[in-house]
Design a protein around this ligand. Structure first.
Ligand SMILES: Cc1cc2nc3c(=O)[nH]c(=O)nc-3n(C[C@H](O)[C@H](O)[C@H](O)COP(=O)(O)OP(=O)(O)OC[C@H]3O[C@@H](n4cnc5c(N)ncnc54)[C@H](O)[C@@H]3O)c2cc1C
Length: 447
């Protein structure tokens, strides 16, 4: 099947037309060999925010689906399987994924290609760290089963490689045992970024999951500085910790969204005023300190999945995600970014701070040890200039920004942020000398 369709990222800032193509795993080789001059890119569930899974004027391969299978403590899944379906499949077996990002509506292929991270990065590393093997179809039509031991270069170029080394058709993933589908959560509130960051630096190692929500519009109490925040940390709850009611359903399955965002909303709905009001409520709702709260996996890991299409709340102009990482000693870049935003009037509805553990061998993988800050920013005049300035500060500090969220980075800054880019290009020269695999992101970043 092939048809002309509009594609856009989750941020909805740059819709383009391309030809959607579908096929079975066995047909991908032919699709690659017959791709037109603008090439082909695989797409998962379109949850990357920018232009990574779109290919204007070219071809976009839609997800390859299939039923997951458990083999011992490994799960074998087609690349198009959503983490939502995978979690629903695994939980009744008492198993879970070691890494889950902030939404479970991502595909296995997308999670490998972006080497996604979750709240446990400081303990478990990225999604790619738990991939045993994947089947990859390269543009010459060959399918190979790639492992980190057998073909380390190709493995680590594909993990985080934004779909540019081949099409993943299926993968074998490691899973972890969980005694329940509940998370034992501890919440703490902080008046400013300094105290939050000190608490994370000292305490994160004692927790498997840790993440903080930051109010980028707060001015801080008595000169404490901006960034009042709520830190949430958790562990999988033991069966013995469940009360009688929960013991009856120890593995509640995550459901589908119950609410949907109304269609045709105007731009400007998410304004500094509405964000301020939301942040006020959110902060006040959080306790100063609470421990022992049991939350479902869905509430703890994927709070945004409760509302379908919430990205429409930003209206037709869309929004930009900006996620940076800087080394530990460059915490000032995070504090400056929050202060700059507070002063500029560019309201971030969602600002999330996390500490990453060490980087892996992924040539284009995003995480590296240090601080990562993610911001949702409505697309408004002046935002580009502001983010260009932040890019410079990030480069200066030896950090980088996350390609899965990006829609606007310049090629020269990308090259400065990703020092292993040349090694990546060498692998591509080997597996895709004709640059059949291409995307709008690849062209923009000269990848
Ligand atoms: C609400 C929300 C929260 C998020 N939270 C996090 C988070 O906590 N951590 C994090 O790391 N990310 C997070 N993300 C980003 C998201 O995890 C990634 O963008 C993910 O890759 C999206 O998966 P997808 O299936 O939608 O891929 P798509 O967006 O469709 O594609 C992403 C990339 O994967 C490639 N790709 C897809 N399928 C294949 C395949 N079969 N073979 C080869 N390449 C392929 C595409 O070419 C593209 O380059 C979040 C996104 C949202 C919307």
């Amino acid at each position: 099947m092939s048809e002309r369709r509009q594609f856009q990222g989750w941020g909805r800032t740059a819709p383009v037309m391309a030809t959607a193509v579908t096929g079975t795993a066995g047909e991908v080789g032919d699709l690659l060999r017959s791709a037109g001059p603008r090439g082909l890119i695989a797409r998962g569930l379109g949850r990357s925010y920018g232009d990574a899974a779109q290919n204007s004027g070219g071809e976009v391969l839609l997800p390859i689906e299939g039923q997951p299978r458990l083999v011992g403590d490994r799960v074998v899944a087609a690349a198009g399987t959503s983490l939502h379906d995978l979690i629903r499949f695994l939980l009744p077996h008492g198993r879970f994924l070691p890494v889950t990002p902030g939404t479970r509506y991502v595909s296995v292929g997308g999670a490998i290609a972006c080497d996604v991270h979750g709240k446990s990065h400081h303990v478990t590393g990225t999604f790619g760290a738990h991939v045993d093997s994947f089947d990859l179809v390269t543009p010459d039509g060959t399918t190979r089963t790639v492992t980190a031991e057998g073909e380390p270069e190709l493995f680590w170029a594909t993990v985080g490689g934004m779909g540019l080394t081949g099409v993943v058709t299926s993968a074998t993933l490691r899973t972890i045992a969980v005694e329940s589908g509940w998370v034992d959560v501890t919440t703490d509130r902080f008046e400013d970024l300094h105290s939050l960051m000190a608490a994370m630096r000292e305490g994160d190692d004692a927790w498997t999951y840790s993440v903080a929500w930051v109010d980028t519009l707060s001015r801080g109490r008595s000169g404490a500085g901006p960034g009042r925040s709520v830190l949430t940390r958790g562990e999988h709850a033991a069966r013995a910790a469940l009360d009688a009611r929960r013991s009856g359903t120890p593995y509640p399955l995550p459901g589908d969204p119950r609410l949907g965002a109304p269609r045709g909303l105007p731009s400007g709905l998410v304004s500094p005023l509405s964000v301020r009001a939301f942040n006020e409520l959110w902060f006040r709702k959080a306790p100063r300190h609470r421990s022992g709260e049991l939350q479902t996996l869905a509430t703890f890991f994927h709070p945004l999945d409760g509302v379908a299409d919430w990205n429409r709340l930003y209206g037709p102009a869309g929004f930009v995600q900006y996620q940076l990482v800087v080394p530990d000693e460059a915490g000032d870049v995070v504090r400056d970014a929050v202060a700059t935003l507070a002063a500029s009037g560019h309201a971030s509805f969602l600002a999330v701070l996390k500490r990453f553990g060490p980087a892996n061998a992924g040539l284009l993988s995003f995480p590296m040890a240090g601080w990562t800050l993610a911001l949702d920013l409505p697309a408004r005049p002046g935002l580009g200039r502001l983010l260009d300035r932040l890019d410079d500060a990030v480069v200066e500090a030896g950090g980088r920004i996350y390609l899965a969220k990006d829609s606007r980075l310049r090629a020269d800054r990308f090259a400065a942020m990703y020092p292993r880019r040349e090694e990546f290009a060498r692998v591509r020269d080997r597996v895709d000398p004709g640059r059949v695999l291409s995307s709008d992101l690849a062209r923009r970043l000269d990848l």
